[in-house]
Design a protein around this ligand. Structure first.
Ligand code: SF4
Length: 221
């Protein structure tokens, strides 16, 4: 969760009058992405583990309406192995008992209200904008950009790179992975053209991504 640190950096840069600093912002918001995935008619996702580090800052208030609207359990989960297992356990319990609620399985780090000081900093420095997600496409109001009063630090504006687009690999099926339509190893590029050292899609980039996790924990025998 780099957003609060980035927000504080921009805030300090403005306060100190630093001119040779800029930020190319690509921060995203999770709830609109969950809604976009669930709106897809082909979506097979049955539940979500909400990332604990994000919720520790953002809080959990946006999740109960999503769980209710789309009939999916959402379980806030930490990153230690036992946290992951507990998140999965609580998800399975909900699925088996026909419930779909928000559950916070990471209460030692996550408060429903989030981190109020960090949220105040975020709301001062950033504003919500539309964002294009690799593998999914544009999702309205799903990203952040620098607010007007910090626009001098916005690399997109300063260096006029807002129109630059990235070409997605024609081999990548991360959109289908994200919708639960295929497992990562169902992609022909998995472990061949696409590895964590040479990722073709977002789900192979970070260690939390489904393709990277399948690659790290695949059985080699
Ligand atoms: S294995 Fe790589 S190419 Fe295939 S879906 Fe995952 S990220 Fe995309």
């Amino acid at each position: 969760m780099r957003r609060p640190a980035n927000a504080m950096t921009v805030y300090q840069a403005k306060r100190l009058g630093i001119r040779n600093f800029s930020l190319l912002v690509s921060h995203v918001l999770v709830p609109p992405a969950i809604a976009a995935i669930m709106e897809s008619p082909r979506c097979r996702v049955q539940a979500f583990l909400a990332a604990g580090h994000v919720c520790s800052v953002m809080g959990t208030a946006e999740y109960p309406p999503l769980a209710l609207k789309y009939g999916v359990p959402i379980v806030v989960t930490g990153f230690e192995p036992l946290d992951i297992l507990e998140g999965i356990r609580q998800t399975v319990v909900q699925l088996e008992t026909g419930r779909h609620e928000l559950v916070n399985a990471y209460p030692r780090a996550v408060l429903p209200s989030g981190n109020l000081a960090a949220l105040a900093m975020l709301r001062d420095v950033f504003e919500v904008t539309d964002r294009t997600w690799r593998g999914i496409g544009m999702i309205p109001s799903s990203g952040w950009r620098l607010a007007e009063k910090y626009r001098d630090f916005d690399a997109e504006v300063r260096f006029d790179v807002g129109a630059v687009t990235t070409a997605e690999s024609s081999l990548c099926r991360s959109g289908e992975v994200l919708q639960g339509l295929i497992k990562p190893h169902g992609c022909a590029a998995f472990g061949r053209e696409c590895t964590p050292r040479n990722p073709l899609g977002a789900t192979m980039v970070s260690s939390e991504g489904a393709c990277a996790a399948y690659y790290a924990y695949r059985r080699l025998s």
